[in-house]
Design a protein around this ligand. Sequence first.
Ligand SMILES: Cc1cc2nc3c(=O)[nH]c(=O)nc-3n(C[C@H](O)[C@H](O)[C@H](O)COP(=O)(O)OP(=O)(O)OC[C@H]3O[C@@H](n4cnc5c(N)ncnc54)[C@H](O)[C@@H]3O)c2cc1C
Length: 286
Amino acid sequence: MKLYDTAIVGGGIAGYTAALTSKNLLLDYIWFGEEGFGDKLRLAEKITNFPTVTGDGADFAKRLNAQMGSEKIALTPKRIDGIYRTGDNFTLSHGGELYLARTVILATGVEAGGRIRGEKEFLGKGVSYCAVCDGALYRGKTVAAVVSSPKFEAEVQYLAQFAKNVFFIPLYRGSALSGGNIAAVEKRPVAVEGESRVERLVLEDGVLKTDGVFFLKNSVPPAALAFGLETEEGHVKVDRALKTNLAGLFAAGDVTGRPYQYAKAAGEGCVAAHSVRAYLREFLRK
Ligand SMILES: Cc1cc2nc3c(=O)[nH]c(=O)nc-3n(C[C@H](O)[C@H](O)[C@H](O)COP(=O)(O)OP(=O)(O)OC[C@H]3O[C@@H](n4cnc5c(N)ncnc54)[C@H](O)[C@@H]3O)c2cc1C
């Protein structure tokens, strides 16, 4: 398996700047994320606080896309579902595919709305953030899928191949997904409950009996992605060099905390790539 200098996780402005800086520093990088720089950039109405950008998010994305082409920045359009330390390096997984890197830059953004009661406590005991990783565990069982964006509906259909029943709970309007063993439930979830494992999803109005709950959203809590990562009030704890408590793992952008702004995210993407280079120089000297 190829060993990269760094794996950048997150396709927004922080991840992009980390990739651009990595390229300029001659680091052998792999950059994971969705194409188009993410909703938070693409859907902004008007941008007045980023150098040279005066239009909307779509215009900003167009400029970044043009630069990505001219600078030959490569994006691997995949979601990473786990980051594990393996010896001196990190293994990153996407479904069954594995990638190996000496360092990681986490630039996964933050999810508005945070977590509901029980979501954290039952992680790995019926709560999951990845249908393709854990869906097969629910063969013949009942699962609930709390879904933040239409782009995750394919994952709900994936779950339906294994589960007997799927409660589909979209947190947005206008979905037509239902039928067969998928039942759409348009009520907000408020808590996950059970004894030692998930048994119920409590809604604002009612309760669903379920064996598992999948939260399918843009940014999963960072500590759920990288085991042992220290966080504080939902943000990754970093120092000024954007080092985390895990040697070789850096974080940049909204994931490290406020202010949630493009300029701060872009600056941190740049700093994180420089910190990777400094870390690798030190590491390779040993
Ligand atoms: C509607 C709106 C308007 C805004 N307007 C402004 C503005 O005018 N000015 C301003 O300064 N700020 C604005 N902001 C805030 C700004 O969008 C954020 O501060 C900025 O996008 C943060 O960049 P980021 O790269 O850290 O995270 P994000 O932009 O959230 O990007 C993270 C990306 O990583 C992807 N990702 C997450 N997990 C994974 C994974 N496991 N594997 C692969 N990819 C993953 C996500 O899907 C996402 O595409 C606005 C925000 C919103 C919502």
